[in-house]
Ligand binder design. Structure first.
Ligand SMILES: C[S@@+](CC[C@H](N)C(=O)[O-])C[C@H]1O[C@@H](n2cnc3c(N)ncnc32)[C@H](O)[C@@H]1O
Length: 223
């Protein structure tokens, strides 16, 4: 089990409830997966409060999700009864029951809540679940340049930190950070179509906090 129960606790307290689609999810999907439509299948890893669902509904795709928190998954099934059987409660780093052949697997800041071994296990499963030519889009894979990489305690490997008590990762379990070499190694079986590092520095409040995360688009080779 890699899913951290701290996420369940955060949702039970009604926190971390993002409900508007993330702009990077929208722009990367539109730029790289232009053919997505009624014939397409999309799987979201860790859908949380369902922020990205309205966007995929607007595209008319068959949307599926796997989410570790029973509380938030139940709320989503109640809010979106038409998707109730497609939103599964479970740990996406463990074997799942979805039929393969997905056109897109989308992950915004969810795989990064896990340690290195679990991430590798999940990416193998993602690879097998994609159709040849299918896409993986990763948004907000935190960078080792993020200020908070220095916080918390060292986890199972040098990229994983845990036990944050301050900052935006406080009380959310593991957080995995990446540099470019690590991402290229993790996605070695995929074709990397896009790899960008976003950075922003805060000047007010004047704590010079740096947000840094990776955006990536990877494709399962055709042949
Ligand atoms: C930062 S939130 C992002 C939620 C959503 N993707 C979004 O962009 O609004 C991370 C989500 O991943 C889920 N999660 C983390 N690790 C998981 C795992 N191993 N299996 C299933 N869900 C997991 C958490 O419960 C949480 O809902």
């Amino acid at each position: 089990m890699s899913f951290s129960n701290e996420w369940e606790q955060r949702y039970a307290e009604n926190t971390h409830l993002s409900v508007w689609p993330w702009s990077d999810v929208v722009s990367l999907t539109r730029r790289h997966c232009r053919d997505l439509g009624a014939h397409s299948r999309v799987l979201e890893l860790g859908c949380g409060a369902g922020a990205n669902i309205p966007f995929f509904q607007a595209l008319g795709v068959d949307y599926y999700a796997i989410e570790g928190s029973p509380t938030i998954a139940a709320k989503l099934r109640e809010r979106l009864p038409q998707l109730a059987s497609n939103i599964v409660t479970g740990d996406f780093t463990q074997p799942w029951d979805f039929a393969p052949g997905f056109d897109l697997v989308i992950d915004r800041a969810s795989l990064t809540c896990n340690g290195g071994q679990a991430i590798r296990r999940c990416l193998r499963q993602v690879y097998d679940a994609l159709r040849p030519g299918g896409f993986f889009i990763g948004v907000d894979w935190y960078s080792t340049l993020h200020s908070d990489y220095a916080l918390g305690e060292e986890g199972e490997d040098r990229y994983t930190r845990k036990a944050f008590t301050t900052g935006s990762f406080a009380n959310t379990g593991n957080v995995h950070f990446s540099d470019q070499a690590h991402l290229r190694e993790l996605f070695g079986d995929f074709q990397l179509l896009a790899l960008e590092e976003k950075q922003s520095q805060r000047h007010e409040p004047a704590d010079h906090h740096r947000f840094a995360s990776w955006l990536l688009v990877a494709r399962k080779p055709l042949g």
